[in-house]
Each structure stands twice: as structure tokens, then as C-alpha cells.
Write a protein of this length. Structure first.
Length: 454
């Protein structure tokens, strides 16, 4: 009712406002006209209200229909859920009964199939990395497929599949005792793929063109080792390839490639020297200088000793050897007394001693300095190691390997240089002193002879 009166009041106000305005300017409307206007407005309002009520009733009926349909769907879904739950429980009981019946029927065969699945998985992993698969491919795929089928769907293996598992294992055992040749594609170190005749030594090694090969089970390819083992192993590879059935000494890896991989990664002599860094090269240079000086002294003293021995057997004195030059002092001073002759001979011997001992001091210094330089390299390497630990921690040992290698290699190089230098110095010093002793002995004889002559 409030909504109904509101337009009427508004209409009355509008009418009054219009009447007031026109009253000032024109003649006012009569009351009949005003009543007529009110009746027309009331009639229009009633029609509008009736239309609104009709629409509301229609919408309410539609909402009731939607609610009724939704309620029906909910009830149907609840009924279906109850039926499915009941069916699920029944299926569980049936499945348990069927599994129990299957277990009873299988009996000991269930354990057999379990062992067969386990053996298939283990054998697959073995075939996957076996070099025999380079000659006989596809074995691991069959075993992998069978093991997965038995594990996922509880599929029982057939007699044919069981016999093939036994056959593949037996064939692996048989091929393990054979040295055979076959042709396959080989990826060379340069990246080229070439068909080559490959020699397979049981399950231990693959060789071709005098080089060791490796089999990659992931890609199923055969490739040359980028780094080959030492030359003594390479020579045995060539001998095996060229043999016609005779026995050949050949190095094999019983671990399936692990030892060969470590052997290949082992640094050679050049790489070990490079690990010593700058200090290592300086030690080697100093050692080479010392070795050249020692060889020069060794040859010189040998020649001098030979000439001195020859001079001892000759009465003719020569200037080509120290003993001859010293013995000529006697002829140079024939009238000198014993004391003067002794002084002249001593002077001559002192003049020969530096020549005989030339560069021996340098060799001795090198024998002392070399281990000290090795110690310097050790300290430098340990400093680098601790710096790596400070920056990166101890999680990755490879980060510390460089400093440790420098420390150890320089120590070894220092000792390698110092030990032979010390031995060479001792040998050369002894030979030099022996020659000096001969000179002193002969000089003493000359003095004794001059003293006897008065």
C-alpha cells in the first residue's frame, strides 16, 4: 500500500505545483479535470502492480521446479552412491577370494615366478653393461619387458619365456670364455663412426686397431677410449689382434671397466710434472743444470785420471795432465833446495786443485737447494688448498686436489733431484781427491828424492 500511495502523493504534489504556477499566470484548472487526472494515474498504477505480481508468481513457479529437479538429482545420486559402495565391498570380497584361490592353485609356482622376476631384473642389469651385448644386442630389452610385466600386471611367464631366460644366462656364461671377432660400428676419438672388426675378450674387453674400446649400454654404441692405457697395454692389444690362436699376454679388467677407467684417468709422467706448477719446472731446470755439470765433471775426471795413470808409467812429463805439469817443476828448479822445491810443488798442486774441483760446489749447492725448493712448492700448494677450503668449503675434494698435487709433486721432484745430485757429488769429490792424493804423493816423492841427493 505504501508503494501505491507514493505515486499518488507525488502526482498530487506535481498537480498542485502546476496549479500554483498556472494560477499566477493563467486561469486555474477546474476540479473535474483534476479528478480525472487522478483516476487515470491510479488506473495505470494498478495495471503496473498487476503485471509485477504476475511476473513474481511466474518466477516463483520456475524456482520451485528447479528446486524439485535438484532434489530429485540429489536423491538419485545418493541412491547410486549406496549401490556403488555396496558393489565395491562385494568386489573386494570377490577379489580376495579370487586371490586366495590363485595363491592356492599356484602353490610353489608363486615362489618360482618371484625368483624368476628377480633373476630377470638382476640379469638385465648385468646384460645392460656387458660387452657381450655389443655383439648380441637386444637381450636386456626382453628381460626388462618380462620383469615389468610380471611386476605390474601379475602376468605369469610362459614356458618359452622361462626357457629363454635360462638360455640367455647360459649364453652369457658360454661367451665369457670365448675370444671372438665381429664387425660393428665404432665411434672413433675424433667423432667419426666407422665399421671395424672388433675383438671381444670374453666379457672383459673390446679392442680394435690396437686400441681399447668401451661399450655404452645407454646408447648401445661402441667407442674408442679417448685416453688409452700405458704403452705396455697397447702392445699386448696389437699382439692379440695379430695372433693366430697362440697364447698372448693381455691385460683384462674383471670389474667390467672400473679398473680400466681408473687406469686411464691416472696421470702420466708429463701430467704429473705439470701438476708441480712453476716451482716444479724450476726444480727440474736446476736439476738438469746440475746433471749436465755432473756429467761434464764425470767425463773430465775420467779423462784426467786416465792421463795421470798413463803419466805414472812414463818418464817423459807432459803438460796435458796435472801430474806432468807438477813433475816439470822439478826440472824447472833443478838447483833449488828441499824447502824451496816443496813450496814450488805445493804451489803447483794448489793450482791444479781448483781445476779438479771445478763446479763441484755448484753440484753440492743444488743437492741442498733442491729439497728446499720442493718444500717451498709444498707450502705453496698447501696455501692454495686452504684458500680453496676457505672459499668453497670441504664439500668437493676436487677443488683441493690442485693444491695438494702441487704440494706432493714438488716434494717428490725436489727429492728426485737432490738424491742423485748428492750421490754424484760424493762420487766426483772422491775422484777429485784421489787425483789430488796422487799429485801430493808424487810431489812428496820428488821432495824425498831431492832431500836424499842433498
Amino acid at each position: 500500500m505504501k508503494k501505491l500511495f507514493t505515486p499518488i502523493i507525488a502526482l498530487i504534489c506535481a498537480t498542485l505545483f502546476s496549479v500554483g504556477v498556472h494560477a499566477a499566470n493563467e486561469r486555474a484548472l477546474d476540479l473535474d479535470a483534476l479528478l480525472k487526472q487522478l483516476e487515470q494515474g491510479q488506473f495505470a498504477q494498478k495495471q503496473e502492480n498487476a503485471q509485477r505480481e504476475k511476473e513474481f508468481v511466474a518466477q516463483r513457479t520456475q524456482q520451485d521446479n528447479v528446486l524439485r529437479d535438484t532434489t530429485t538429482q540429489r536423491d538419485n545420486a545418493l541412491d547410486l552412491s549406496e549401490k556403488l559402495e555396496t558393489q565395491f565391498e562385494e568386489n573386494e570380497f570377490k577379489l580376495a577370494d579370487l586371490n586366495e584361490a590363485l595363491t592356492n592353485r599356484l602353490g610353489s609356482l608363486k615362489e618360482l615366478f618371484g625368483v624368476l622376476q628377480q633373476v630377470s631384473g638382476d640379469t638385465k642389469n648385468k646384460f645392460y653393461n656387458s660387452v657381450v651385448s655389443a655383439q648380441i644386442p637386444g637381450r636386456s630389452e626382453f628381460l626388462d619387458s618380462m620383469a615389468q610385466d610380471m611386476g605390474k600386471s601379475s602376468k605369469l611367464a610362459s614356458i618359452t619365456e622361462i626357457e629363454r631366460v635360462w638360455f640367455e644366462i647360459q649364453r652369457e656364461m658360454t661367451e665369457a670364455g670365448k675370444v671372438t671377432k665381429f664387425t660393428t660400428s665404432v665411434v672413433e676419438a675424433s667423432g667419426n663412426k666407422v665399421d671395424k672388426e672388433v675383438v671381444r675378450v670374453g666379457p672383459f674387453a673390446l679392442i680394435a686397431d690396437g686400441k681399447y674400446l668401451e661399450y655404452n649400454g645407454v646408447t648401445g654404441t661402441v667407442s674408442e677410449l679417448i685416453r688409452q692405457p700405458a704403452a705396455r697395454f697397447g702392445s699386448s692389444v696389437a699382439d692379440l689382434q695379430n695372433s693366430n690362436g697362440e697364447l698372448v699376454q693381455f691385460g683384462i679388467d674383471p670389474t667390467g671397466g672400473s679398473i680400466l677407467g681408473l687406469l686411464v684417468q691416472a696421470p702420466n709422467l708429463k701430467e704429473r710434472i705439470e701438476q708441480g706448477g712453476l716451482v716444479g719446472y724450476i726444480i727440474l731446470i736446476v736439476g738438469a743444470i746440475g746433471l749436465l755439470l755432473a756429467l761434464e765433471r764425470l767425463v773430465s775426471l775420467f779423462i784426467i785420471k786416465t792421463k795421470v795413470d798413463k803419466q805414472l808409467k812414463s818418464d817423459k812429463f807432459s803438460d796435458s795432465n796435472p801430474l806432468g805439469r807438477i813433475m816439470k817443476v822439478k826440472e824447472t828448479y833443478p838447483s833449488a833446495d828441499t824447502e824451496a822445491l816443496e813450496l814450488h810443488l805445493t804451489e803447483a798442486i794448489l793450482g791444479e786443485v781448483p781445476k779438479l774441483g771445478r763446479n763441484l760446489t755448484i753440484i753440492k749447492i743444488i743437492s741442498v737447494v733442491a729439497p728446499l725448493m720442493g718444500l717451498l712448492g709444498t707450502v705453496t700448494g698447501m696455501i692454495n688448498t686452504f684458500q680453496a677450503i676457505t672459499l668453497f668449503g670441504t664439500g668437493d675434494p676436487k677443488l683441493m686436489a690442485g693444491g695438494i698435487s702441487t704440494a706432493l709433486v714438488t716434494t717428490v721432484l725436489g727429492l728426485v733431484v737432490a738424491i742423485p745430485m748428492t750421490l754424484l757429488y760424493a762420487i766426483l769429490n772422491t775422484r777429485s781427491k784421489n787425483i789430488v792424493f796422487i799429485l801430493q804423493e808424487q810431489a812428496a816423492g820428488v821432495i824425498a828424492e831431492r832431500s836424499e841427493r842433498g
